[in-house]
Design a protein around this ligand. Structure first.
Ligand code: C5P
Length: 235
């Protein structure tokens, strides 16, 4: 079933399959931060992220969000629809932290009055710079303005579904990054992954960080935090 590797990213490897419309996404144990200036490896992290992302994508599908996920076939592998990835990182924020507080001087931990949707250009060489709607059109990152609206609507809907879900698990969905793609049928779907590598989760009561910030900030117990997120999702 699994054929040659098509692409290796920081967190996943993508393989061809016998079906030209399907790919296999394999979650890696590697951890990177700050545009891969900081590198690490946490045995079992790929498997945790694969399980977490599978649960979240299934939840979203149940709530009407189309995704690239077909089936999870092992601890670290998913069969996904082949998509043309929109080269934009879509970031949704509920609480100010990370690059938002640094860029705009907003107080750390401030609850934002509405979910803020931001875009970054997916370009490692340029350091994934923040861009706006007009940059997306200027650089032909999306086919038209309507597509930007659809991406924002889907991002906000995903945020609403996940915020409610995680709140019930005593986790605060602080912010997250998602990616979109067009299937062979030209349908806009959620792609990539949603995991503690791409989200910030804070414990609702203690504000303990349970995500990749533990690696970024050398807080230790990275794997334990990811395990805790999976445990709460499955509870
Ligand atoms: O660093 P920043 O505060 O802009 O990150 C916002 C959110 O997007 C965080 O949840 C972070 O994990 C995620 N992110 C990501 N990949 C990037 C940049 C940010 O998953 N390249």
């Amino acid at each position: 079933m699994k054929k040659e590797m098509l692409y290796e990213g920081k967190g996943k490897k993508i393989f061809k399959t016998e079906d030209e419309n399907l790919l296999i996404s394999e979650f890696k144990d590697d951890l990177t931060a700050f545009n891969a200036e900081k590198r690490g490896n946490e045995s079992g992290k790929g498997s945790l992220n694969c399980k977490i992302s599978t649960e979240i994508f299934r939840l979203l599908e149940k709530n009407g969000i189309k995704t690239h996920l077909i089936e999870t076939i092992s601890d670290t592998e998913q069969i996904i629809k082949k998509c043309k990835i929109v080269p934009i990182e879509v970031i949704v924020r509920n609480v100010a932290t990370g690059s938002l507080t640094k860029r705009l001087g907003i107080e750390e931990g401030k609850i934002l009055p509405f979910a803020l949707v931001e875009f970054c250009l997916k370009d490692d060489a340029l350091g994934d710079p923040f861009i706006n709607d007009e940059h997306c059109l200027l650089l032909n990152l999306v086919p038209n303005e309507d597509c930007i609206g659809k991406i924002k609507d889907m991002a906000r809907k995903i945020n609403s579904i996940l915020s409610v879900f995680f709140d019930a698990k005593n986790l605060r969905l602080v912010d997250f990054k998602i990616e979109f793609g067009f299937t062979q049928e030209n349908e806009l779907v959620l792609a990539d992954e949603i995991s503690p590598d791409s989200c910030r989760f804070w414990d609702k009561f203690s504000n303990e960080k349970l995500d990749k910030d533990r690696f970024r900030q050398d807080l230790g117990n990275v794997k334990m935090a990811y395990e805790e997120v999976l445990k709460r999702i499955l509870n």
